[in-house]
Design a protein around this ligand. Structure first.
Ligand code: CS2
Length: 499
């Protein structure tokens, strides 16, 4: 590791080969909720490039940092600059490209900066509120409705703020922060705004709007005028986002430091590939992302389906089975003899046939391309990272393909293997006291394993029956359940550990 006292900032000279920010925004046009690694490697980069391509510099980003407050002082010290390191392989050679990004003007932690975030969402110069708060940030109960247990303090603050009596207490949830920001906008100049979900969920815009509607309903008649404004002045497009972005490790930061000759505490790395398909339904101006490769379309659903079922669904299968067989990285696990055939069976026999092909897409080629991307060892993408939040991810990843197969009289063996790998992962994690990485599901998952102990079949059947994981009764389908149990028993016989 190199050590240098130099810190990345606006004035840092950048070595040859590092791409410097082509432009610097003149003001905040976007408030982004859930400012994390994925946003930094994806939307913030598209936005920088769109500003450069269009010459419209009004699209600076203010990021709400939900989970990593230490990044707030770090980014400020760096004048908002950070590095995206693209890592790929070409002809077996590592190819790296460092790009310094300047589209993020500032970040704020809602713990103590809720008033600032609310004011930014209310500002007429803000035209877009975007989100990557992850599936669990949508604050839903197992049956998909707003979890008032979590959201009630924000509902109370929302009612108080609408009545002009609020103290702008810290937001308890991302959903609360969003609705309270919209309320501040309504109470201010009330100019139209687009709310764009960039989370990995089917119909993410609709899911978000439904939760927001439930939040507003919980406030009762006090929110009637606000609701009317919302209906007239906001849109909620869906979008599909894609770029494999591994969690930052000390090694990532050290490598970026070597390349830059300066320390960057907010650096991240990602694969070279990226894709963004956005429903073209905006209530207000937006950056010209289409100039830099984003696809603005009337119908985003086919791409959402293809990506979630083929990419993310296969990812989850590889991650859970990878951890059972001791593979730390996705690249090792996807080609492992115990896993590769099951991943292909899932991808090509279960997921692909269930997808409505997006216009112009070649789905078999898309699937092969995904497997190649997963096998890129340069990213270091870990099975542990992808195995998190199973109860939140499984419904969107496996649910649709499962329903499709069962309604066609077929038991999907790839999905059955994936569910079995998840079940064995859960059983062994609880048995060994390993973190499930699924805060929203931990209580229910632990209860199933506690009830069935080391009984592989009992745990599998218990998990399949959990509400909210599999769509409408699919978990009780007798042949599916038998197939999952058979795979779980085979997995238990083949390996007993857990990485
Ligand atoms: C992954 C995704 O962690 C996960 O669950 O499946 O984050 C995946 O890498 C991205 O969706 C790729 O765009």
């Amino acid at each position: 590791m190199t050590t240098t006292s130099l810190r990345l900032g606006a004035g840092t000279p950048l070595p040859d080969g590092v791409l410097a920010p082509p432009v610097v925004p003149t003001g905040v046009g976007i408030v982004h909720l859930g400012w994390g690694a994925f946003h930094r490697a994806h939307q913030a980069l598209y936005t920088q490039e769109a500003m450069a391509a269009s010459g419209d510099l009004s699209w600076g980003i203010l990021g709400d940092v939900e989970r990593t407050p230490q990044l707030v002082p770090a980014l400020r010290e760096q004048d908002g600059r950070y590095t995206v390191l693209s890592v790929g392989l070409e002809g077996g050679e590592l190819v790296e490209q460092a790009t310094v990004v300047a589209s993020v003007l500032d970040v704020a932690y809602p713990g103590d900066e809720t008033p600032r975030l609310l004011a930014a969402m209310a500002a007429p110069t803000t035209h877009l509120i975007t989100l990557t708060v992850t599936e669990k940030g949508y604050c839903r109960t197992g049956d998909g409705h707003l979890d008032l247990g979590q959201a009630q303090p924000d509902v109370d603050a929302f009612v108080a703020e609408l009545g002009g009596a609020g103290e702008q207490v810290p937001a308890a949830t991302a959903m609360g922060l969003l609705v309270r920001g919209l309320a501040a906008r309504f109470l201010g100049e009330g100019t139209p705004v687009t709310v764009l979900s960039c989370d990995n969920m089917a119909h993410n815009g609709k899911v978000l709007k439904r939760i927001v509607d439930e939040f507003i309903a919980a406030a009762g008649p006090a929110a009637d005028a606000f609701s009317a404004w919302l209906a007239a002045s906001t849109t909620w497009p869906s979008s599909m986002v894609d770029r494999i972005t591994p969690a930052v490790t000390p090694a990532t930061l050290d490598r970026v430091e070597e390349i830059l000759g300066a320390r960057d505490e907010a650096a991240i790395s990602g694969e070279p590939f990226r894709q963004w398909v956005i429903e073209d339904s905006f209530a207000a101006p937006r950056p010209q992302w289409e100039l830099v490769g984003a696809d603005l379309t009337d119908d985003v659903a086919p791409w959402e389906e293809a990506k979630l079922r083929m990419l993310n669904g296969t990812h989850s299968l590889i991650a859970y089975s990878g951890r059972l067989f001791g593979y730390a990285t996705m690249a090792e696990a996807v080609v492992a003899p115990e896993i590769a055939d099951h991943a292909r069976a899932y991808m090509f026999e279960d997921a692909l046939p269930s997808v409505t092909p997006p216009a112009g897409a070649d789905l078999p080629a898309y699937g092969e391309g995904l497997l190649e991307r997963f096998a890129n060892p340069a990213t270091g993408h870990s099975t542990r990272q992808v195995s998190t939040d199973g109860t939140q991810k499984i419904p969107f990843r496996w649910g649709g393909a499962l329903q499709f197969a069962l309604s066609n009289g077929r038991v999907p063996q790839g999905i059955a293997f994936g569910l079995a790998a998840w079940s064995e992962f859960v059983r062994r994690a609880v048995r060994d006291g390993v973190d499930l990485g699924d805060p929203a599901g931990t209580e229910a998952l632990t209860a199933v394993v506690t009830e069935h102990g080391n009984d592989v079949e009992g745990v599998a059947r218990g998990l399949l029956a959990l509400p909210g994981v599999l769509p409408g009764g699919a978990g009780n389908h007798p042949e599916l359940a038998d197939a999952v149990v058979a795979h779980a028993q085979a997995l238990a016989a083949a390996s007993s550990g857990l990485l």
